[in-house]
Design a protein around this ligand. Structure first.
Ligand code: ADP
Length: 401
């Protein structure tokens, strides 16, 4: 069965076309700068030449149309007919408390996603636009939505509630939701598979460390606690986000600097984190390079970043009364040898012992990087959110098409 996976952002749309027979990627690509004067489409058909086009693409509807044109293009295409695509899976950031798992799109589901616009004003509207664009271009093909928050719906009240007046939870659903759920779900399953152990038997901490970063405590195969909260701002220090801070800093700064709510929000989300401390960049590669060249601020940013990550791993080991497996994933987690070493070297009290050689290996495969003696198994597991979306879509539609 052929399945199209779509990840629609406000001005971008990424896609991946899977043949579920063998789970191979037939094509992937992205449309960037949707709604701007010169949009860019990059299409990579597997085994053929990559194409990059500049076009006027004013909305998501046209973006999907262009993607379909490319998928069926006589030279760059990979499909003979659009009908070969049996289902489309969409990434949706926020599923609130309603969506505890992936689901087939219906009018009611679309309405519920719309009701969640308040909680994810930047992310849920484009996802719904992506769904509408598929409806407009692909008739009544089956569609499935996969939520970033769904994996974390297993959290118990003691971990998802904030200690603030309960009325705020009841009235406005203010609570911890957590994000990157599709990634934490994928890597935890993959790690257990590689170790050939039931996931339910492992106490695991997964660290998704990319531009955004979050840590999840996985107990009995389910998310027990996670570092991102009501929004993706909470938790670890990130590229441009502060992560945890004293909430009183918000009114204090607004008062001292005469900032508006929007300004302080933007400061914490876009101008904080590694960017703010290093004064150089939000990108871990640039920070590491600058640090190695002796830049003190870059070193401070790195030290703060790794210190905070270590605190979370330690906290989650305590929360679960133990840890068997520690997983690193996403851009930084998968690639930064020095970050993994720095974090693990400070966690020897947990019985973590890295194998330096394994940690230094460059590989795209899921693998163990701890020594044979290490009490905790440390792993690098490349994430693949699109594959999990394709799998959920396949599972939900295979009986119906
Ligand atoms: P996103 O959250 O946007 O999906 P990614 O998971 O792609 O982000 O992660 C991007 C981050 O990964 C950047 O900070 C980048 O510097 C970092 N990164 C990518 N490759 C390396 C590398 N070889 N060494 C260190 N950091 C890396």
């Amino acid at each position: 069965m052929i399945i199209l996976v779509i990840n629609a952002g406000s001005s971008s749309l990424k896609y991946q076309l899977y043949n579920m027979n063998g789970e191979s990627v037939i094509a992937n690509g992205r449309v960037e700068r949707i709604g701007m004067d010169s949009s860019i489409v990059i299409h990579e058909p597997t085994g053929k030449q990559e194409v990059s086009l500049v076009r006027e693409i004013l909305d998501h509807n046209t973006a999907v149309k262009r993607v379909i044109d490319l998928l069926m293009h006589p030279e760059h295409g990979v499909l003979g007919s659009i009908d070969e695509i049996k289902a489309v899976g969409h990434r949706v950031v926020h599923g609130g408390e309603i969506f505890k798992q992936s689901t087939i799109v219906t009018d009611e589901v679309k309405l519920e996603i719309r009701k969640l616009f308040d909680l994810a004003p930047l992310h849920n509207p484009p996802a719904l636009m992506g769904i509408a664009a598929v409806e407009a271009n692909m008739g009544d093909v089956k569609q499935v939505v996969v939520f970033d928050t769904a994996f974390h719906q297993s959290m118990p009240q003691e971990t998802f509630l904030y200690p603030i007046p309960m009325v705020l939870y009841r009235r406005h659903k203010i609570r911890r939701y957590g994000f990157h759920g599709t990634s934490h779900n994928y890597v935890s399953r993959k790690a257990a598979k590689v170790l050939n152990k039931p996931l339910e038997s492992l106490k695991m901490v997964s660290c998704h460390i990319g531009n955004g970063a979050s840590c999840t405590a996985i107990l009995n195969g389910k998310s027990y606690d996670t570092s991102m909260g009501l929004t993706p701002l909470e938790g670890l220090m990130m590229g441009t986000r502060s992560g945890d801070l004293d909430p009183a800093i918000v009114p204090f700064t607004m008062n001292k600097e005469e900032l508006t709510l929007n300004e302080v929000n933007s400061m914490l989300n876009k101008h904080s984190g590694m960017l703010a401390i290093s004064g150089i960049s939000s990108d871990m590669r640039e920070i590491t390079e600058a640090m190695q060249e002796g830049d003190k601020q870059a070193k401070l940013a790195f030290d703060m970043y790794t210190y905070r990550l270590r605190k979370y791993i330690g906290a989650y080991a305590a929360a679960m009364n133990g840890i068997d497996v520690l997983v690193f994933t996403a851009g930084v987690g998968e690639n930064s040898v020095v970050l993994r070493k720095t974090v693990c070297d400070g966690l020897t009290f947990l019985g973590i012992e890295l194998d330096e050689e394994r940690n230094g290996e460059r590989s795209k495969e899921a693998r163990v990087i701890s020594s044979a003696e290490s009490r905790v198994t440390v792993m690098v597991v490349p994430t693949n959110e699109e594959l999990l979306i394709a799998r959920d879509t396949y599972t939900l539609v295979r009986e119906q098409v």
